[in-house]
Ligand binder design. Structure first.
Ligand code: NAI
Length: 247
């Protein structure tokens, strides 16, 4: 899959799924704009991409801040000339049983996961609709489809991302912009490494393929959706979960 000449913004690219996707898109030829709150960590990823023969820039950006998002996309288009692919990956958890969930934890998760995805999509849409081409790929979650104890805030945002995806897909289609979501199951990153080992082992029993996913499992799906082969796919949710959910 050749993305030579294309420019991709990846949010939350300093580690985890975002880092691996950025490196994968770069190795397919895309120039990447790594948007991250942690600029120093994003610069380390830029260095790794350059060592692998790719090209990338790091831009400090809190996606929950609309002004910072506008500035990040403006810098991307000014320095790299265009914007073809947006991966809305940055996300957080602030878990707690619904009965005890603090309003600030509810709000923080909504601000980053949902409003942040919206800010980035809106800023990218302005460029892509004018350009009459583009790919937006949103990272949802299996939890958005089936819920999860202790994650009312997180599950609500991940389900909402699916509605947002389908709406943007309808609005983008007349101008050649596709919008899809990927719903990963349990992927082995810092987010799931925070779970007790016992819980991680129990989880495997619910996954037909018998293992947690890797960031690369998600990166392959992103790469496909970004490629020319996926040009007739829009408004879809691709589940990458080892068979844990078969919707
Ligand atoms: P992670 O915690 O390792 O990485 C998240 C990244 O987002 C970090 O680089 C972090 O700095 C960045 N980030 C957080 N808030 C930000 C903000 N306000 N502005 C800019 N960047 C911000 O998480 P992981 O596991 O790589 O997850 C990536 C995405 O995949 C998230 O949206 C997550 O909800 C989703 N996901 C993860 C699953 C898993 O099992 N790890 C399963 C399903 C979905």
């Amino acid at each position: 899959m050749d993305l030579t000449g294309q420019v991709a913004v990846v949010t939350g690219a300093s580690r985890g799924i975002g880092e691996v996707v950025a490196r994968t898109l770069a190795s397919a030829g895309a120039t990447c704009c790594l948007a991250s709150r942690n600029e120093a960590a994003a610069k380390t990823v830029v260095q790794a991409i350059e060592e692998e023969g790719g090209r990338a820039i790091a831009v400090a950006c809190d996606i929950a801040d609309g002004d910072q998002v506008e500035a990040m996309v403006a810098r991307c288009t000014a320095e790299l000339g265009r914007l073809d692919i947006l991966l809305n990956n940055a996300g957080i958890t602030r878990d707690g049983l619904a009965i005890r969930l603090k309003p600030e934890d509810w709000q923080a998760v909504l601000d980053v996961n949902l409003t942040g995805t919206w800010f980035c999509s809106q800023a990218a849409f302005k460029v892509m609709l004018k350009q009459r081409s583009g790919r937006i790929i949103n990272i949802s979650s299996i939890v958005g489809a089936i819920g999860n104890v202790g994650q009312a805030n997180y599950a609500a945002t991940k389900a909402a991302i699916i509605g947002l995806t389908k709406t943007l897909a309808r609005e983008g289609a007349p101008r050649g912009v596709t919008v899809n979501a990927i719903a990963p199951g349990f992927i082995d990153t810092a987010m799931t490494q925070a779970l007790p080992e016992k819980v991680r082992e129990e989880l495997k029993g619910h996954i037909p393929l018998g293992r947690l996913g890797t960031p690369m499992d998600v990166a392959h799906a992103v790469l496909f959706l970004a490629s020319s082969g996926a040009s007739y796919i829009t408004g879809q949710v691709i589940h990458v979960n080892g068979g844990m959910l078969m919707p």
